[in-house]
Each structure stands twice: as structure tokens, then as C-alpha cells.
Write a protein that binds this ligand. Structure first.
Ligand SMILES: CC(C)(COP(=O)(O)OP(=O)(O)OC[C@H]1O[C@@H](n2cnc3c(N)ncnc32)[C@H](O)[C@@H]1OP(=O)(O)O)[C@@H](O)C(=O)NCCC(=O)NCCS
Length: 256
């Protein structure tokens, strides 16, 4: 006899499905999708301020153009494999990592490090951010949540930070990232706080653990991937994508 799996997420019985104790039919009628995502991860429903921020974060990351690594990978898989929608979506998710869409997790740990440093050494968040920026520069380490391939200013960051202030959510997470932005500008070069850094600051202030910096991005991005893959199937012919490649290896040679 197998030992039963233990879980605190869902209890599904003959005629009821309870998610963190709430009947799913009640959630369907009274909660939003963002409420349910919050409930899944935090074991309680959000208040209206928390809901607004999580909803905005999920919207902010849905898609960033077909050329963004996760979207491009999903499209490439859909182009070569018409038999599996799931494979194309999974391929897109597999492209999410520390450099694309997943820097939020390391950024949340960096924020925690900065806040702890400021408390331990009784220095301001600005001073803690200065020290971490110095350290990154000296060790040639890239700071997660800073910099962008496309944007010199990420238009999503200011909106999320303003909303976090409006809703009374902004705390050490937002303050630290703003301090880091100033420190990096002075010590390294002007780099935008990208969406991974912005969502990391807010998820930190909302009390989420560091891995949420990746997981919440994935929740939002999957919505965009479904549209990318559906469009590839609907508009394009199979095997549409053949990436141009330039060979620069050894010249032709013989085994004789
Ligand atoms: C997003 C990213 C890959 C863009 O890289 P890029 O296009 O090469 O960046 P830029 O051309 O604007 O700047 C390159 C220079 O700025 C510095 N720089 C860029 N991002 C930096 C960061 N996050 N921290 C510290 N320095 C950084 C680098 O030292 C680099 O100099 P080098 O080429 O001499 O090493 C890069 O900023 C990065 O790695 N960021 C951290 C990961 C992250 O947040 N990813 C999520 C992106 S949405």
C-alpha cells in the first residue's frame, strides 16, 4: 500500500473541490484569478490592495513580443511540432531562467540581503545598496533585476511602484530597489530596473518568498505563450521558422 501524498493545497472529494479550505465553486463566483493565485501561494485571500498589485504584476509579464526568448522558443517548437500544443508551451517555459523572466527570484534574495545588511550594520538602505553595487562591480557580477536588452527605461516599473505606493504596499522592497537604481547609476552606469526587479520589489513587500520571483512570472507568461502558439498554428505554415545561420567553423577537409 502506497503512503498517501500529503498536501495542504487542494482536497478533492466526490462532490466538492476545496482549495486551501475554500469551495472552488465559491471562489469561481466571488474571487478573481489573481485572488486565487494569491490564495494558492499564501494560504489566504488577498485584501483589495494586494489583489490590485498581483493582478498588475500578472498583466505586466504576459508577453514581451514574439522575439523574447520564452515566446520565440514556444513559436519555434510550435513551428516544428504541430502535434503538441503542450510541448510548445512547455518549451517556452523552459526558456525562462535567471537571465530571462526569472531574475526576480535572485533579486528578491538580493533585496533580503540588502535589508538584512542595513539592519545588522545600522546603515540606511541607500548605504546597503551602495555596498552591494560596489561588490557587484568589483566581482563583475550582474545585479539581478537591473538592465534590459530593449528598454533604457522599463515602462512597467514606474507604474508598479506608483501603484504600490497608492495601495500602501510599498516598503523596504521598493525602497531598496530605488536605492540600488541610484547606486548603480552612480557606480556602474544607468541601468533600468527591469520588470523582474520591479515584481521582485513588490512581491517582497507583499511577503512572498524568493522563488515567487520566478513562479509568478511563469504564471503570467504562460497566458502570453498560449496566444503566441495559437497564432503560430493559425497564421503560419508548418516549419515556417528556419533561423538564418552563418557557418564560421573549419573549412572543408577530407578524412583521407
Ligand atoms: C538584461 C541584460 C542581459 C542585458 O544585457 P546587455 O544587453 O548586455 O546590457 P547592456 O548592453 O545594457 O550593458 C552591458 C554592460 O552593462 C553592465 N551591466 C548590464 N546589466 C548589468 C547588471 N544587471 N548589473 C551590473 N552591470 C550590468 C555590464 O557590466 C555590461 O558591461 P560589459 O559588457 O563590459 O560586461 C543584463 O542587463 C542582465 O544580465 N541583467 C541581469 C539579469 C536580469 O535582470 N534579467 C532580466 C531581464 S528583463
Amino acid at each position: 500500500m502506497l503512503e498517501p501524498w500529503r498536501t495542504g493545497i487542494v482536497n478533492a472529494a466526490d462532490s466538492t473541490i476545496r482549495l486551501r479550505g475554500y469551495d472552488i465553486t465559491e471562489l469561481m463566483q466571488k474571487a478573481t484569478f489573481a485572488d486565487t493565485v494569491f490564495l494558492l501561494h499564501r494560504e489566504r485571500l488577498p485584501n483589495k490592495h494586494e489583489r490590485r498589485l498581483l493582478d498588475a504584476i500578472l498583466t505586466s509579464v504576459v508577453d514581451h513580443g514574439s522575439g523574447a526568448p520564452s515566446c520565440a522558443t514556444a513559436r519555434l517548437a510550435a513551428s516544428g511540432n504541430r502535434e503538441s500544443l503542450a510541448a510548445a508551451i512547455a518549451a517556452g517555459v523552459l526558456a525562462i531562467g535567471n537571465d530571462h523572466g526569472g531574475a526576480g527570484a535572485a533579486c528578491m534574495s538580493l533585496i533580503a540581503e540588502g535589508v538584512a545588511l542595513s539592519k545588522e550594520k545600522s546603515v540606511s538602505l541607500a548605504e546597503a545598496a551602495n555596498q552591494l553595487a560596489d561588490h557587484a562591480k568589483a566581482s563583475k557580477r550582474r545585479l539581478p533585476g537591473m538592465g534590459h536588452r530593449v528598454h533604457s527605461v522599463d515602462p512597467r516599473t514606474a507604474v508598479l511602484f506608483a501603484m504600490a505606493r497608492e495601495e500602501g504596499i510599498a516598503g523596504d522592497g521598493v525602497l531598496f530597489m530605488e536605492a540600488l537604481d541610484a547606486a548603480v547609476r552612480e557606480k556602474i552606469k544607468p541601468l533600468p530596473i527591469n520588470i523582474d526587479g520591479a515584481l521582485a520589489a513588490i512581491l517582497y513587500d507583499l511577503g512572498f518568498p524568493p522563488e515567487a520571483g520566478k513562479l509568478i512570472f511563469i504564471v503570467g507568461r504562460v497566458a502570453g505563450l498560449t496566444a503566441e502558439v495559437a497564432e503560430e498554428y493559425a497564421r503560419e505554415k508548418p516549419m515556417r521558422i528556419r533561423v538564418p545561420v552563418e557557418y564560421d567553423g573549419v573549412p572543408p577537409r577530407s578524412m583521407d
